[in-house]
Design a protein around this ligand. Structure first.
Ligand SMILES: O=C(O)C1=C[C@@H](OP(=O)(O)O)[C@@H](O)[C@H](O)C1
Ligand SMILES: C=C(OP(=O)(O)O)C(=O)O
Length: 428
């Protein structure tokens, strides 16, 4: 489905969607427990993949008709052998987290996903499972899915790089807690995306599971039980909020208010500081979870995205509409996402008339001396590329067409309805 956005303004109040990262973890933690009710879950293509995986390992998942809760009956620390292949669809988080679950059962589990997911790196996690004497294979022996895992790991010590994906660490911590011996993780390189491990520690703590940072990495004791029968509330998603706030900073002449913006472990809350540094007129009422932002003259800044990879597309769009140079550094791991998002943003913003320069781990966006121009841009079946380009479309001259817009269902299924309800000129 192609979507067109014409140059337009936004105004009003909107609620941020629930956090994808917290929903994945809460649903899986409930699976590791004997069950829990997750309130305000994100119901999206990616989180549904995690729900399917919990069912494949022997849990059951029941979503309220209005999506307000998901009731999980867990497999209580002992995943069963799946009856069928687990389809993780487009979700890296699902694949990584439930690969480690699969290593806990004695038989074999097979995990696959869509073309994008089958091109993403899984090798370091497979190596880690092998270090724990589990079975872990890439069927094509290229470190990518389809994967086959099993072997009933007991736990132990692993060495793993930290600069490919933090999701490997999350996966090992969540599974390690119910392994007999626990898992000690020694990071062989610097950890990127580290706030996502903080989110994991926060969710584990809420389920009564202890895991810690160590000098070398992280550790989790084995033989723990995920607390049964609890209720878990999912906070709003700051990565999703970044598109709304960027839309506000670029196109809300009369201001835009975003609710469900309470502080949490999410690194992507950095979008508030980034917009502030770029000169946006913005206020975060942390107590009431509300951010207000108005259209502002933005200036380019330098931002490192080592902890906030999912913000790169949003920042690139903001940079293209700002004056001066925006330099986005520490971005190499952003190439391992649904698409290579560094190249994707360079190529698509260039089509819109922006001047962008790509390096292996950074990118320079030279602020628009002339206005961005509407044209057809490829969404590349990547939700974050689609949403960022749609926001750029709000300030581009004429009409911008974004291809494959239905892929926003991965993290923000009603993104275009929300944009339209705020007054943007969206054509479906
Ligand atoms: O654990 C998570 O919920 C996530 C971790 C990050 O990935 P990496 O750790 O692979 O950078 C992030 O990009 C992804 O959208 C969600
Ligand atoms: C990279 C992302 O998610 P995942 O790794 O779960 O596919 C994302 O949501 O931007």
């Amino acid at each position: 489905m192609d979507i067109t956005i014409a140059e337009s303004t936004v105004a009003g109040t909107t609620q941020a969607p629930p956090s994808k990262s917290y929903t994945h973890r809460a649903v899986l933690a409930a699976g590791y427990a004997d069950g829990a009710v997750v309130h305000d879950p994100l119901v999206s293509a990616d989180t549904k993949a995690t729900m399917r995986a919990v069912e494949a390992y022997g849990g059951s998942v029941s979503l309220a008709a209005d999506d307000s809760t998901v009731e999980v009956t867990g497999f209580d620390g002992r995943p069963g052998t799946p009856d069928d292949v687990i389809d993780c669809a487009n979700s890296g988080t699902t694949m990584r987290l439930v690969t480690a679950t699969g290593a806990l059962q004695d038989d074999l589990a097979v995990l696959t996903g869509d073309e994008s997911l089958r091109s993403r790196p899984q090798g370091p996690l497979l190596d880690a499972i092998e270090q724990l004497d589990g079975d872990a294979e890439s069927t094509r022996r290229n470190g990518q899915a389809p994967l086959v895992v099993g072997g009933g790991i007991d736990g132990g010590a692993v060495e793993i790089p930290g600069d490919v994906s933090s999701q490997y660490i999350t996966a090992l911590l969540m599974a390690g807690a119910v392994s007999p011996d626990g898992i000690d993780i020694d990071l062989t390189t610097e950890l990127k995306s580290s706030p996502y491990v903080d989110i994991t520690l926060e969710v584990l703590d809420a389920f009564g599971v202890e895991a810690q940072k160590t000098d070398a990495g992280f550790t989790v004791d084995g033989g723990q039980t995920y607390a049964p029968g609890g209720d878990y509330n999912v906070p709003g998603d700051f990565s999703s909020m970044s598109y709304l706030l960027a839309a506000g900073a670029l196109a809300a002449e009369d201001g835009l208010r975003v609710t469900s913006a309470f502080p949490s472990a999410q690194g992507d809350a950095a979008i508030v500081d980034i917009l502030d540094r770029m000169g946006a007129d913005l206020d975060w009422d942390e107590e009431n979870g509300e951010i207000t932002v108005s259209q502002s003259e933005l200036t380019g800044i330098e931002v490192g995205v080592e902890d906030t990879p999912d913000l790169l597309p949003t920042i690139a769009t903001l940079g293209a509409a700002a004056d001066g140079v925006t330099r986005i550094t520490d971005a190499e791991h952003v190439r391992y996402k649904e698409t290579d998002r560094v190249s994707a943003m360079v190529e698509e913003l260039t089509k819109m008339g922006a001047e962008v320069e790509e390096h292996q781990d950074e990118l320079f966006v030279y602020g628009a001396d002339s206005e961005l121009v509407g044209t057809t841009v490829e969404g590349r079946a990547d939700h974050r590329i689609i949403m960022s380009l749609a926001v750029a479309g709000l300030v581009a001259d004429g009409e911008t067409t974004v291809t494959g817009a239905e892929h926003v269902d991965v993290s923000f299924p009603d993104f275009f309805d929300v944009l339209e309800s705020l007054g943007a000129a969206v054509g479906k």
